[in-house]
Design a protein around this ligand. Structure first.
Ligand code: BJW
Length: 229
């Protein structure tokens, strides 16, 4: 790590698996017999808002009940200690386990489970209790709240900031993501193009493994503390 100043870390569902949160593309990656791709879309929400709200009610309860594991805690320590250059944790996860694991420089590119978004006035609100899209938005009074989640076909958040950080990175680390969903799956190639060293930590090889300089296979709770310490 001696010649490294700027680090970008991409995390996916695999880093939260050992906290008890299900990944998406495991063999049981269905919810009430629906593929996630059917639930996590604007079309799915328009077709059956109650189904989608129930999905996120359940996910929210799971997030609140989960605790950060050794991998989140190790990244929290790295974030607190890293002053030699910039560090950014770009997570595809909608849980808050990085923050509760002590990390501050975290960007949620696919949104957050504990946030509600008003499609009428663009305000964000902390999701309280059983707040659904039915009650009015506390800011504008319109009944237009939805989960603050980036669904398929929608633009992930803060892409300019992410690509800027990747362009400046000396090290790009991908942890616990299958490489099945774009644009995150393409970050490794962007990082390599900018001259960063690229490292993958995952239980099994991802779809984009061949683009990494190095792949270490194992559990995030073993591999991440070993990398950071
Ligand atoms: C462990 C472990 C342990 C397990 N330790 N590891 C055709 C080609 C290219 C693109 C497209 C295409 N058709 C459509 C698209 C675009 C589409 C897309 O990518 N579709 C694919 C299915 C092909 N993408 C979009 O629509 C995105 N928007 C977009 O592209 O906008 C246009 C744009 C253009 C240019 C620039 C910018 C934008 C939006 C994607 C939104 C994704 N949303 C979801 C759901 C919402 C969040 C939620 O409800 O939670 O986000 S989908 C779901 O997948 C979720 C995840 O964040 C995302 C990624 O999954 P992840 O994290 O990789 O999980 P898994 O389960 O796949 O993998 C887990 C991994 O962990 C595995 O590898 C395990 O081995 C490992 N593991 N235990 C270490 N203990």
């Amino acid at each position: 790590m001696d010649n490294i100043r700027n680090i970008v870390i991409l995390t996916g569902a695999g880093i939260s698996a050992e906290s008890g949160l299900r990944t998406f593309r495991a063999e049981d990656g269905l919810w009430e017999d629906h593929p996630v791709e059917e639930v996590a879309t604007p079309e799915g929400f328009a077709r059956d808002p109650d189904l989608v709200q129930r999905f996120y009610d359940e996910r929210r309860a799971q997030v609140i009940a989960a605790n950060p594991n050794a991998a989140h805690l190790a990244l929290g320590r790295l974030d607190s200690a890293w002053r030699r250059g910039d560090l950014l944790i770009v997570t595809q996860n909608i849980d808050d386990l990085h923050e509760r694991g002590g990390a501050a420089r975290v960007l949620h590119m696919h949104g957050q489970a504990l946030s509600a978004w008003c499609t009428a006035c663009d305000a964000r609100h902390a999701w309280q209790g059983t707040l659904r899209n039915r009650p009015p938005c506390p800011a504008c009074g319109m009944a237009a709240l939805r989960p603050d989640i980036v669904w398929f076909g929608e633009m992930p958040y803060q892409m300019e900031r992410i690509y800027r950080a990747i362009a400046a990175a000396d090290l790009f680390v991908s942890i616990g993501t299958s490489g099945a969903v774009y644009p995150a799956a393409g970050f490794v190639q962007e990082a390599a193009r900018s001259g960063a060293r690229t490292l993958e930590l995952n239980l099994e090889k991802s779809l984009g493994s061949r683009f990494f300089d190095e792949t270490r296979l194992g559990r995030a709770s073993d591999l991440v503390p070993a990398l950071v310490e």
